[in-house]
Ligand binder design. Structure first.
Ligand code: AMP
Length: 681
């Protein structure tokens, strides 16, 4: 009998649950799901733990094509915290993502199905061969602009297929890409391009957001000024859209694009004459594939370095096992390529697996709240990966929206980016997954390169608010301040133990001290400090994440440091001093609240707007504070340091302890009153 996905039982209800998990809502894979899954036997964890280096070595040989074999006998761990994987191995990431498939039956399989924001614009489908041709051509374009192995190329593009084409073209010629999220400001781009010493920038004239054209090139121009960038390649995205307004078809005319002669080139002009084959560069396993900037606890973003062999091995295998990716699956990861999730699961991982991905250019609620669910129905998405903040947004809009669509093609759901609360987990599980689909809550970071803690679809368990166990071959621990392992019920600091995952960062660009201090300065060179709080839930090693323990917040899944925001605000001439803290938010997870002391002027809506604009210009709209509280004083220690811990307690409305040791204890009560009377956002 032919059974539809909708009727296939993928999960066992609670009565099958093991003794120790009986009291919790938890789910286990059914025999059907196990039968299909790449991994379904618990023994994998034990076997991998016996010899993680050999385990990863086996995985790296199984699916990656190497020009020259790596030598597994070498010890990679002699110089901790600096480590290497697959030493002496030679390979090319682009070759593995494309050529390998083009040479075999996947040649004409769809690699990317791209859905534009406008419902009137046609879908673009790029087969592996299409992608291969375009990547080869663009690799030649980059070469013609003087880009060589090891050079840095900035990529500042919206979610259009050219973003993956540009990334893979860099990988093909051994150039190091550094993608900057397109909603970041020109100033943010510039800061990153200066640090990366980029030679070329790939950008677009603009992009569409909720039907409006946004001028990306104007931001790119700000980002390029004062950097080493000699050439800017501009994709024409705006002005090509055909839309229907009042029943009439119209062609939207795009923004005028200022092109600087000799520096700026249209993508389509350069591609026209480019050769359609470019020999892939032979790269060492430990050659850098990309740098991705992320927020740390200081105001300066850090360039996280990922190397070729380890990163692609981990990207491939975590995609394959965490999402149980099969050839017939259709994968949709909603993350923008500007973030690590987009690098690993909207580009490298699925392509390395030979999978088909859907990408959507626009906003989730445009032209209406059903858009995402419509896309799942339209293409038959089977694996869907998104952020808890998006789920909470949809919860607020109501389950009647997903109900209008047939979501029965879905078989696996995933989340990433922040802890998912039980209500959101259950809503996603019920209204999107139809209570059939395992929900994989994946914990990871820009630094770890790929998801490292989550339940595997064929093994489980799937427990709301619990990420699960570490990926096979990865050892995590939860420690107290002294470095002792904590027991089941206490919370502690999540760490990863050596041997570290192959795809983990190898450094912070041009800043080895920051690498050593941030990640290995707490518990020593054999223990990577994640800056996340966590607790073990049971003897199996299932982990619940409790959030960041440093001054980094996750706003709608986007990583942001309080210091970056403080820097942006204090650059405004009216600001004397400020402090930013994160506070919980029902949809975005966390939002920043700024306490600002002004220079000789009263707080007003005008200055508040100016400060919001300042944040937009310096960082981007994702960083806008939820509230700006004007004050004359901030709570300080006797040595003059702002006590942010107290501000955090205040914004959460929690009880304040003893404040008598402060230099200005009265400031606390004043701030409490101000907070109570401030409603704006
Ligand atoms: P990013 O480097 O932007 O991916 O942010 C990494 C941070 O996001 C981690 O340090 C965690 O604080 C948070 N995070 C990512 N995934 C999860 C998850 N599944 N559960 C809880 N927190 C998460």
């Amino acid at each position: 009998m032919v059974e539809t996905m909708a009727r296939t039982r993928l999960l066992k209800p609670i009565k099958w649950v093991r003794e120790d998990l009986k009291k919790k809502d938890s789910f286990w894979p059914t025999e059907e799901l196990k039968k299909k899954a790449w991994v379904s036997n618990e023994l994998i964890y034990k076997e991998a733990a016996k010899d993680p280096v050999a385990f990863w070595g086996k995985l790296a040989r199984e699916e990656i094509d190497w020009y020259e074999e790596f030598s597994s006998e070498k010890t990679y761990w002699e110089d901790l915290p600096h480590f290497k994987w697959f030493v002496d191995g030679k390979l090319n990431a682009c070759y593995n993502a494309l050529d390998r498939h083009v040479k075999a039956w996947r040649r004409n399989k769809a690699a990317i199905i791209w859905e534009p924001e406008s419902v009137n614009e046609p879908t673009r489908v790029l087969t592996y061969y299409d992608l291969f041709l375009k990547v080869n051509k663009f690799a030649n374009v980059l070469k013609s602009l003087g880009v060589k192995k090891g050079d840095r190329v900035g990529i500042y593009l919206p979610l259009i297929p050219e973003v993956q084409i540009a990334m893979l073209a860099c990988a093909r010629i051994g150039a190091i890409h550094s993608v900057v999220f397109s909603a970041f400001s020109g100033r943010s781009l510039k800061e990153r391009m200066i640090d990366a010493e980029a030679k070329v920038l790939v950008t677009a004239d603009g992009y569409y957001r909720r039907g409006r054209s946004l001028n990306l090139k104007a931001n790119a121009d700000i980002g390029v000024e004062g950097t080493d960038i000699k050439s800017v390649v501009v994709v024409k995205r705006i002005g090509l859209e055909v839309d229907t307004v009042d029943g009439r078809k119209i062609v939207r005319l795009g923004l005028d694009t200022d092109m600087i002669e000799g520096r700026d080139f249209w993508w389509h002009d350069l591609m026209k004459d480019a050769d359609s084959y470019c020999e892939p560069e032979i790269m060492d396993s430990e050659d850098t594939l990309f740098i991705l900037y992320t927020s740390g606890t200081t105001g300066k973003p850090k360039g996280i370095i990922h190397e070729t062999g380890g990163y692609i091995t981990q990207a491939l295998w975590t995609t394959k096992w965490n999402f149980d990716m099969h050839d017939e699956d259709l994968f949709w990861c909603t993350a923008d390529v500007g973030w690590i999730t987009g690098h690993t699961y909207s580009c490298y991982g699925p392509l390395l697996c030979g999978a088909t991905m859907v990408h959507f250019e626009g906003a989730p609620n445009y032209p209406d709240i059903g858009r995402w669910w419509n896309i799942i129905q339209k293409y038959g998405v089977t694996i869907f990966y998104t952020a808890p903040t998006a789920i909470r947004m949809f919860m607020q809009w109501g389950e009647e929206w997903p109900k209008k669509y047939d979501l029965s093609s879905l078989r696996i759901l995933g989340t990433v980016g922040e802890p998912i609360n039980k209500e959101a987990w259950m809503w996603y599980f019920k209204h999107i997954g139809g209570e059939r689909c395992p929900l994989i809550d994946t914990w990871w970071q820009t630094e770890t390169g790929g998801a490292l803690i989550n339940s595997l679809p064929g093994i489980g368990p799937f427990i709301p608010t619990v990420a699960g166990r570490s990926f096979p071959g990865i050892t995590s621990a939860i420690l107290d301040e002294e470095g002792n392992p904590v027991t089941k019920d206490e919370g502690g600091y999540l760490v990863l133990k050596s041997p570290f995952a192959p795809g983990m960062l190898r450094g912070v660009f041009k800043n080895p001290e920051r690498y050593e201090k941030t990640y290995f300065g707490v518990y020593g060179n054999k223990t990577y400090y994640t800056s996340d709080g966590a607790r073990f839930l049971d003897e199996m090693g299932n982990i619940r994440l409790t959030g960041r323990v440093d001054d980094v917040m996750k706003v709608a899944g986007h990583r942001l440091s309080t210091a970056e925001l403080e820097n942006a605000l204090t650059e405004h001439p009216s600001v004397v001093e400020c402090a930013v803290v994160a506070t919980p938010h029902p949809i975005k997870g966390e939002v920043p609240i700024a306490f600002v002391i002004l220079k000789g002027e009263e707080g007003s809506d005008t200055i508040r707007k100016k400060l919001m604009d300042q944040v937009n210009q310096m960082i981007g709209p994702t960083a806008r504070p939820d509230k700006i509280i004007f004050t004359e004083d901030l709570p300080k220690t006797r040595s003059g340091k702002i006590v942010r811990r107290l501000l955090k307690t205040l914004v959460k409305g929690e009880k304040i302890g003893d404040v008598t040791t402060l230099m200005n204890p009265e400031s606390v009560e004043i701030l409490r009153k101000k907070l109570a009377s401030t409603k704006q956002s």
